[in-house]
Design a protein around this ligand. Structure first.
Ligand code: GUN
Length: 278
């Protein structure tokens, strides 16, 4: 049977390390503060934002909460971001996505001071990642690197295949695996012969957004499979993009859903918040 990569345990370990670091910083008079902005009341976003604020409290990071109505204009949101950019006591700014349709997400991401962009979404941070310079890294792919490293999985020289090319997961994932000396292929909805490519992977990262899409026909025996997806199935149970029961028996290691990649996103957000203050 495969090694089950325990994202819950690894994220708990990272949070403990950060809690210790935050307490040391506090003793030196350094306080960390994250501003969290949510526009509208999308229930999933409310759960994510709530979990982020809870993690801040646990680690000892102050959080400022801005819950704005759906009717908030882009101008109003940009004005708030500008104000937070200017506040010395605010280290990080997080605008929960998605935003209501009348607000241009790119304009909002652009408006955040790159030094406070703890999501790692600003073009300056994405560019820094691309050329191997220091900057904030998108939390989910950064969390996946931690899962691999802390599970003792070697990346250098491995065939790494990513399914999905989003700005938040697929693209930064490719850059991170490349910087760890993996041989990287990015596949997407227009890729021909997807199975042929995914079957080459020593490390397969799946962010396709379709429940249980990846069955064992897509996976090489002994591969490491990382599942970024999260969905509710017909019985209201959580499942990923990977058909876990079908794929797990042929892998060397696999992330479960829930309890795999999910908890790592918040752990890495907390990591970025601590970085924003040092
Ligand atoms: N919506 C879904 N994932 C994320 C994330 O990582 N950050 C933000 N700001 N919004 C999201």
């Amino acid at each position: 049977m495969p090694k089950i990569i325990d994202g819950k345990a690894i994220s708990a370990q990272i949070k403990e390390e950060l809690k210790q670091k935050v307490s040391e910083l506090k003793q030196n008079g350094v306080n960390i503060c994250l501003a969290v902005i949510q526009v509208g009341d999308d229930p999933a976003s409310s759960v994510y934002v709530g979990n982020k604020k809870k993690a801040c409290a646990y680690i000892g990071i102050e959080s400022l909460s801005y819950e704005l109505p759906d009717s908030t204009t882009q101008e109003e949101l940009l004005k708030l971001i500008e104000e937070l950019n200017g506040r010395k006591n605010v280290n990080g700014i997080l605008v929960q996505l998605p935003l209501p349709k009348h607000i241009d997400e790119n304009a909002v991401i652009h408006a955040i001071d790159p030094k406070k962009d703890v999501d790692g979404f600003h073009p300056q941070n994405v560019g820094a990642l691309c050329i191997g310079q220091k900057g904030f890294v998108s939390c989910t792919p950064a969390g996946i690197i931690q899962l691999l490293k802390r599970s003792g999985i070697e990346i250098a020289g491995k065939e790494c295949v990513i399914i999905g090319r989003s700005n938040i997961v697929g693209k930064p994932m490719a850059l991170l695996l490349l910087s760890e000396n993996g041989t990287v292929t990015v596949t997407h909805s227009k890729t021909k012969d997807l199975k042929e490519i995914t079957k080459r992977a020593d490390i397969l990262v799946v962010a396709i957004g379709k429940p249980k899409f990846i069955t064992r026909e897509y996976v090489k025996e002994g591969a490491v499979v990382i599942d970024v997806g999260i969905h509710r199935n017909e019985n209201n149970k959580l499942c990923g993009d990977v058909d876990y029961d079908d794929v797990a028996p042929i892998c060397s290691a696999i992330t479960p859903v829930p309890g795999g990649v999910g908890p790592m996103t918040i752990a890495m957000l907390m990591y970025n918040c601590v970085e924003s203050a040092v």
